[in-house]
Design a protein around this ligand. Structure first.
Ligand SMILES: Nc1nc2c(ncn2[C@@H]2O[C@H](COP(=O)(O)OP(=O)(O)OP(=O)(O)O)[C@@H](O)[C@H]2O)c(=O)[nH]1
Ligand SMILES: [Mg+2]
Length: 656
């Protein structure tokens, strides 16, 4: 049976979870439609989700359309939980992007659509909430084609938009304007069709156009647009037909090599690890030994929830138990594609987590380790000297969720220190340094030479050799490379250098030897430790020579405020180091767009109600990094400073 793994994505509150509920109902999986507001939906099943009425974690449910198993993944829309969306993207065959007919295209809508298009994920657009007062159909369609992509085709029209009676009527062969639009848009993506179109657009058979529409939707060249309401159910049947007709159902290669991706990890009632695996090829049976452990149980998503099975085959999604060492992003079996793993910006904030009761320190570490399994980007870090633990964050809502989860699931009450931004460091030029064994106060039995060069943003750290790979035992090279990567987590100013090329230019070691009749003598022969200790000194000196600059994260903002609040708002923005780049008056409101340092976003959120009598609306999304002007904040950890040679050598000596 073929499968379609379908993601539902949108800006927060657009109606993803409500639509998921409707789809399950229409497919006959549930008898009654649950409601987010009453906290009884299938996919918002966590207590916190039900209390807050927002989705926090991605959730999988399953239904059937015309012989195809559709695994539907409901994702969170709040930007603080974008990491959940990121992990899901690699397992999708298609997506439905939900846009609210009232709010229209929003900040996160653009971020998501940009990524879906870059990854060429076939995507239908569903304009939701047509029943609500203020809903617009034509205008939203126009902004979709202006702000998201011009390659869109409305699949029908809306009657009585903005009223509870509103409904969606799909277009057909008899709608001349629709077939003309189809021919026009599809001709853009297909030369043969273009030639036929130029010849005689009116005579193109409808069946051909419809087939071509499916073909081009599957190649993510065009995006059909549906309208409806997750609350009244209007348009939902048409959307379901569209999912069946236009998105690609996959017949997986069951006999191929075993290959799957882990996109979610959770803990079961007894604390056991459960990995959500999407299989791309082959079959994974119970009792199979994998790198992460032996599979003890498998439940495959089918008609609603997951049912116990002896194996999971290509195309399907299953909950797999027994993989004790598994982590999010892991591959089971052979890797499928070397696809990029980061589609969105990493967290830009961090905060120190403080247990309310000092005796909870141990419990806190354990709890955070569990949370990091489910959310690797929270990136738990410890400062041994200050005895502090800090986590990375996307925003204040995520912080509140972490606090509530620690209290409810782990019984650890915590507070947070002030939230600070995570900057990055980038190289300004090229630098090189070398330390030769037995020379110039190099106390280690190792020779290491390194050259560092800047690399374009987003390309990561590349480590290469300019010395013969056979010139040293592989473990020594590995020690150098591992230490290089570790050291780059804290550049000259203590911020991560995430993009650069490091080349090893010199190498040397003392071969294994000993005094006659004695055993191996560490003082005469190199060990991996010599390389681990020497590398930070060399690398830091190369980095200092190259020069580094600190960059801070910047967000794009869009503010909608009452016109009379304009003057005060502009003054407040200036205090927050925000730069408005455009302003537009819309009746009695003003729309302001521009850039603001990530550090100031929370301040703006806090001041907004007072500045606008509670009427202002703010959307923010990470945009880029910008060099910090003025003094830079250093984040160098107190217990680790290879920049200070004397102190560093003393510390290494003390440790040995
Ligand atoms: N009138 C109307 N309200 C809707 C519709 N769809 C959703 N809502 C309401 O909008 C709010 C948000 O709905 P959700 O389904 O939670 O939205 P979501 O996109 O899942 O939100 P997050 O997961 O938190 O990003 C709830 O109060 C819903 O009742 C709709 O079609 N019409
Ligand atoms: Mg939701």
């Amino acid at each position: 049976m073929s499968t379609l793994n379908l993601g539902i994505l949108a800006h927060v509150d657009a109606g993803k979870t409500s639509l998921t509920e409707r789809l399950l109902h229409a497919a006959g999986v549930i008898d009654e439609v649950g409601s987010v507001d009453e906290g009884n939906t299938q996919t918002d099943s966590l207590a916190l989700e039900r209390q807050r009425g927002i989705t926090i974690k991605s959730a999988v449910v399953s239904f059937e359309i015309g012989g195809v198993t559709v695994n539907l993944i409901d994702t969170p829309g709040h930007p603080d939980f974008i990491a959940e969306v990121e992990r899901v993207l690699s397992v999708l065959d298609g997506a439905v992007l939900v846009v609210s007919a009232v709010e229209g295209v929003q900040a996160q809508t653009r971020v998501l659509m940009r990524t879906l298009r870059r990854l060429r994920i076939p995507t239908l657009i569903f304009v939701n909430k047509i029943d609500r007062g203020g809903a617009q159909d034509e205008r939203v369609l126009r902004t979709i084609s202006e702000k998201l992509t011009p390659a869109v085709i409305a699949m029908g029209s809306v009657r009585e938009v903005g009223t509870p009676r509103s409904d969606f009527r799909p277009y057909g062969a008899a709608d001349a304007a629709f077939t003309a639009r189809l021919a026009e848009v599809l001709a853009e993506g297909d030369d043969a069709l273009l030639a036929a179109f130029v010849d005689d657009a009116a005579r193109m058979p409808y069946g051909v156009l419809r087939k071509e529409l499916a073909a081009q939707t599957r190649r993510a060249l065009v995006h059909p647009v549906y309208f409806g309401s997750a609350v009244t159910g209007a348009g939902v049947d048409s959307l379901i037909s569209g999912i069946g007709e236009l998105l690609p159902a996959i017949e997986g290669d069951v006999d191929g090599p075993v290959s799957g991706t882990v996109f979610k990890v959770e803990r079961g009632p007894a604390g056991e690890k459960i990995a959500y695996v999407r299989m791309f090829s082959g079959a994974l049976p119970v009792r199979e030994q994998t790198d992460a452990g032996r599979v003890t149980a498998i439940s495959v998503f089918e008609r609603g929830s997951a049912v116990q099975r002896g194996q999971v085959v290509a195309g399907r999604i299953a909950k797999v138990r027994g993989l004790t060492d598994v982590r999010i992003g892991d591959t089971i079996g052979t890797p499928v594609n070397e696809a990029e793993t980061h589609h969105f910006a990493p967290p830009t904030l961090e905060t120190v987590v403080v247990p309310a009761r000092p005796q909870d320190r141990g419990a806190l570490h354990l709890a955070l380790a569990h949370l990091a399994e489910q959310d690797p980007l929270i990136n738990v870090r410890q400062d041994e000297i200050r005895r502090e633990v800090s986590v990375s964050l996307y925003g204040e809502v995520q912080k509140e969720v972490i606090q509530a989860t620690l209290a409810e699931d782990f019984h650890v009450d915590v507070t947070f220190r002030e939230t600070t931004t995570i900057c990055v460091e980038r190289l300004s030029g090229t630098g090189a340094a070398v330390e030769i064994m037995h020379e110039q106060g190099n106390p280690f039995l190792a020779t290491v030479g390194l050259r560092v060069e800047p690399a374009p943003a987003g390309t990561g750290v590349e480590f290469g050799l300019e010395v013969e790979p056979g010139s040293m035992p592989p473990t020594f090279f590995k020690a150098v490379e591992d230490t290089v990567r570790l050291t780059l987590l804290q550049g000259v100013h203590g911020w991560e250098i995430s993009d650069c090329t490091v080349t090893m230019t010199h190498s040397g070691y003392a071969a294994r030897q000993s005094h006659s009749h004695a055993v191996f003598d560490k003082s005469m022969s190199s060990t991996a430790g010599d390389f681990r200790n020497l590398t930070p000194l060399v690398l830091m000196s190369a980095l200092r020579q190259a020069g580094t600059r600190v960059y801070e994260p910047m967000h794009r903002f869009r503010l909608e405020i009452p016109a009379d609040a304009f003057g005060q708002m502009v003054a407040a923005l200036a205090r927050l180091r925000a730069v408005p780049q455009s302003s537009e008056s819309r009746g009695s409101a003003y729309v302001l767009e521009g850039e603001i340092p990530a550090a100031m976003v929370h301040g703006l959120q806090r001041q907004l109600p007072a500045l606008t009598r509670g009427e202002g609306e703010l959307e923010c999304a990470f945009d880029r990094y910008q060099p910090v002007s003025g003094p830079v904040r250093s984040r160098r950890r107190s217990d680790h400073n290879p920049l200070n040679r004397k102190e560093y050598l003393l510390r290494v000596k003390r440790r040995v």
